[in-house]
Write a protein that binds this ligand. Sequence first.
Ligand code: NAD
Length: 341
Amino acid sequence: MRWTSAIARPLRQSATSVVRQSPRRAFSSSPSAQAVWGFIGLGRMGYPMAKNLRAKLPVDDQLIVFDVNKNASSQLMEEGGEGVRVADSVREVAEKAETVITALPEPSHVRGVYKSMLEPATLLKDGVAKERLFIDVSTIDPMTSQSVAEIAQSTGQGKFIDAPMSGGVVGAQAGTLTFMIGAPPELVDRAKEILSMMGRRILHLGDQGAGLKGKLANNYLLALNNIATAEAMNMGIQWGLDPKALAGMINTSTGRCWPSEVNNPVPGVIEGAPASRGYEGGFGVSLMKKDLGLALAACKDAGVKLGLGDHAMNLYNEVEADPNCKGKDFSVVYRYLGGKE
Ligand code: NAD
């Protein structure tokens, strides 16, 4: 492997807390120069992830960060101490860091940020003379991800892997995210070592792009299961069934799914679920719409026929347009259907 792994070195005392050392890691005993890590996109997910990463890196390593929102970068510098530096541009991050993680909102942001990092194709001359490892944890479409990977790779500037995540902001803060990765086999161990500083489970689904394909297939199913659960609960309750009895029966029967069991859309059925606190928190309708839209676009691109996708998207559009549902957890579909609360 060409890159010098920062974690193929003994972990020293971390900057802010005790280092949690994975028993899987094989650390060389020979000291080597400090490593520089890059993190771009310090939003709801990226900020706590970068903070966890900083806390688990060797104390001498540097984390260089960038966000168009300057407040986010300076807050991280304050919280992360000496080991965090703020770059003036994403290009500066790419020049200085050997490993760069990006957590950006949409495909257009990922395309733009990588264009700025990779053009001109002189990273290895202008900065550290080492092939980079780019890890994009954003949820985007596989086509965009593959085109960015191709530019990184064909110009010899680095390898690019997709590692979309699940677990939400709570998982990002707790460092318990699940990552679905698309990477060639020779990069899997390195990717796991890095991502395990921010998450708990790392699932390798295949070559570059595979992580996103898996994530979008899963979230497509989630989008449909959520609607189907809201409809099934609504029909049973309208027919006079007790909500808890109905949910209990479904959850030991063939209709059981995550929305019925964990995120039941009927208030009071699951204590602590968003439905039981006015549909606040949780996974917003707009995020569900985003992932569903990406799945639909990727299916169109690949000629995959879907029976329910467009109907589901229309419904979520209507839910989002309803002032009683806008900005709420996606289980609010039940309210939109006129379910008893
Ligand atoms: P966010 O909008 O909170 O954060 C994105 C950050 O990127 C912002 O701080 C923004 O200022 C920054 N940014 C935008 N353009 C930039 C640029 N050109 N250069 C540098 N920084 C730029 O989004 P988020 O909730 O942190 O989500 C990030 C990604 O993770 C998205 O793709 C999202 O779909 C995915 N995701 C989110 C969740 C969640 O619960 N929020 C869960 C799983 C996956």
